[in-house]
Design a protein around this ligand. Sequence first.
Ligand code: SAM
Length: 245
Amino acid sequence: MQKFLINKEALSADKAAIHGQDAKHICKVLRLKPQDTISMTDGHGNDYTGCIDKASFECVEISILSEKKSLTESNLDLTLCTAMLKHNKMDGIIKQITQLGVTRWIPFYCKRSIPLSGQKKEQKQIERWQTIARESLKQCRRSCLVDIMPPMDFEQVLLFSKACSHKFAFWEASERPLTGVLPKENNKAVVLIGPEGGFEEEEIRLAVESGFISYSLGPRILRAETAAVSACGLIQYLLGDMGGR
Ligand code: SAM
């Protein structure tokens, strides 16, 4: 059953309320009514089961029956850093990395990335991306929203990555296959994917100097969005909860 996002602040002792589009969806599409059970999450890793008390297109009032830790969040803290692409390509990345259990996403600027000019535009973009992440969370029944960070420049990304035990830079000129990667103590991984025009050699050199290892995703040139999603799936398989361990 679909999981609905509730605002933790709006949770009183054992009551919750769902408003807006979700309330309408619950009534009109799912046709849930009072006494039906419903699954919810606060978006921060806590899941709730509730019983509907009142249901209208405007608001669904719920009594919380139980709370439990989420079973749909990965054990791996995985950050995907992708160079700024044309924004509709970013939309697809957010949907798919949400399903792949990625923890946070950092869009970044580098020599050949697509500029997203203007502070205002950036803020509007981030809000749009957060909406996409919320919709995808409900669909795949996750319990933690992907943390969408404001765009960084390349140096800031390298600085952020210092705290990660696994640093993967995917580069089509690398000859190193993604094998032999084993979990480490803090099990925090960071992935670097370049822009449509690719990383400059100097950028890869800087990344390697910061502790990244460059890996190949095989002999074909993948589009940035394909590389991003493939890399996250492979790393969840090797270090996370998609079956490899
Ligand atoms: N420089 C590429 C070219 O020759 O057309 C374009 C870069 S590719 C479209 C975008 C990004 O996806 C790259 O910067 C890299 O991070 C990743 N990527 C694509 N194919 C890859 C491969 N075979 N191995 C590793 N990374 C790859």
